[in-house]
Design a protein around this ligand. Structure first.
Ligand SMILES: Nc1ncnc2c1ncn2[C@@H]1O[C@H](COP(=O)(O)OP(=O)(O)OP(=O)(O)O)[C@@H](O)[C@H]1O
Ligand SMILES: [Mg+2]
Length: 314
């Protein structure tokens, strides 16, 4: 059990009639990044709150950094960092003052706190706004400052609740880089996200949560093979040819193509993306089926859930 930094067993949490966690199980190995992937209301924030001692579970138990969250919360808190879904920065202070204060709270000396604050402000694109009060920051700037605060020291276990929601692409990349650097230096990171792509970028372990329980827990590779890789979408010009086009697509697809007649669109998962695209385009042309659009894309979260829940039901 010691090789795991996070262990949750059968966690249950209710709010009145709502069951937020319903037998939540998870194990995250020390020094690794785990993405907790799920739609709105799946229970991601509740799981993070229980694991960071901010909420008490009604059932089950959890160990973080080797300590029971219910019985030894102070020991847990000493070893973790958290950037919650809502920014927790002080409005009255400037960005720099916020970070320096966090550094001091985390037992950095004044000089070290100032140096670290300067570094992080630079890294998260806040250098220019550093000496303005947070009250005047935009939503994305607050979010970045909050993340910078979570990164002020390398905690043993770091929890990030939707760290990149609402961030511009540059800031998102910076968050990813920082998460990777922390994991390389030995921290364990549990981050929640609604984006499969993001989970895939960062995590060796993806736990999919729905209805308060983990419905899939695997490497990105295995999850993707489970859901059938890329999807090929095409839009035909003539609605009368939708059926013909579906037959062409079915020839290269891993599953029955799904048709949206109103949009004249077909979609299906394919394994070998380039070969599939080439074959489909050639075959459509041979049969004289005109298309307005052909594209390859990653499966959406909806498609992941559909296939995972279909899998679970089967
Ligand atoms: N303090 C609370 N009081 C009442 N219900 C709550 C509370 N916190 C969470 N819930 C409910 O528990 C369920 C799980 O919520 P949670 O915030 O954990 O989901 P989430 O996966 O983080 O969603 P999101 O993607 O929207 O952040 C939801 O149905 C939510 O309405
Ligand atoms: Mg949430």
């Amino acid at each position: 059990m010691n090789s795991y930094s996070i262990v949750a067993e059968g966690l249950g949490k209710r709010f009145g009639d709502t069951t937020a966690l319903d037998g939540f199980d998870l194990r995250v190995a020390g020094g690794s990044v785990c993405a907790l992937l799920g739609p709105n209301g799946a229970g991601k924030t509740t799981a993070v709150r229980v694991l960071t001692t901010l909420a008490r579970p009604h059932s089950g138990r959890a160990l973080v950094a080797g300590f029971d969250v219910a019985r030894r919360p102070a020991e847990v808190r000493r070893r973790i960092g958290l950037a919650g879904q809502e920014a927790a920065v002080d409005e009255i202070l400037t960005g720099r003052e916020n970070l320096e204060m966090w550094g001091r709270l985390h037992h950095l000396g004044a000089a070290a706190a100032r140096r670290r604050a300067g570094e992080l402000l630079e890294r998260f694109g806040l250098a220019e706004a550093a000496d303005r009060r947070v009250r005047h920051y935009s939503g994305g700037m607050r979010r970045r400052l909050d993340l910078a605060a979570a990164f002020i020291q390398a905690p043993r276990v770091l929890f990030l609740d939707e760290p990149t929601t609402g961030l511009d692409p540059r800031s998102r990349t910076e968050v990813w880089r920082t998460v990777r650097a922390l994991a390389d230096a030995g921290s364990t990171v549990l981050m929640t996200t609604q984006y499969l792509f993001e989970a895939d970028q960062l995590a060796r372990q993806i736990a999919v949560i729905d209805g308060g329980r983990v419905i899939a827990d695997d490497t990105p590779e295995r999850l993707k093979s489970l859901i059938g890789g890329d999807h090929l979408d095409l839009v035909v010009r003539d609605p009368a040819r939708l059926g013909d086009a579906a037959a062409v697509l079915a020839g290269v697809a891993q599953a029955e193509p799904v048709a949206d007649a109103d949009a004249r669109r077909l979609t299906a998962p394919v394994r070998d993306r380039v070969a599939a695209l080439t074959t489909v385009v050639r075959e459509l042309e041979r049969r004289g089926i005109e298309v307005e659009d052909v594209s390859l894309r990653r499966p959406t979260l909806d498609e992941v859930f559909l296939s995972l829940t279909a899998e679970a039901a089967a």
